[in-house]
Design a protein around this ligand. Sequence first.
Ligand SMILES: [Fe+2]
Ligand SMILES: [Fe+2]
Length: 189
Amino acid sequence: MQLARQPGPATLALVREHALIQAGLGLLGVVGREAAQGRAPEPGTLPLLVEVFTDFADGVHHHKEERLLFPAVRSAGSPEVRAALDVLEAQHEEGRRLVRELGGLARVTEWSEDARSDLTRAAQAYRSGLARHICCEDHRIFPLADGLLAGGRDELVRAAYAAGDDEGAFCAHRARLREVARRLELMPR
Ligand SMILES: [Fe+2]
Ligand SMILES: [Fe+2]
């Protein structure tokens, strides 16, 4: 889905990261659908996806939101805004639970019908939950954050992101997703 607006300094990097996370969710959807059709995951695909969701979606992206953006928005926003951020943080926590479940499935070597069914369910729950979460951030919370933080505080948040320097992580995880796509034969070898 295209954004109807240009993100401000406090949310631009996060919107870019959403695109990478959504690419990972699309690949997880392929793995989950194949499991629903009786096929075990292509070797290595699920561990790579779990690595991206653990180390990038949570370790980099949600970390930035929870440690840098959301506290700044909380201090500038109304009680309604703070309640909306509480919901988003609870959704991060539910995502962590599902990624831990997917991480357990990534260690499976013998794919029984029950294991495939667990994979289909956990993949669908994580994918749909995080897609809705990202849609809410992109279209409701981030525009609001850009408005609340304009006038200097947005630049402070951007500087805090830059201090973390996550470009290397972005490129490494994009390469992992390309590898998953190759293994799923969605890209030429
Ligand atoms: Fe989030
Ligand atoms: Fe996000």
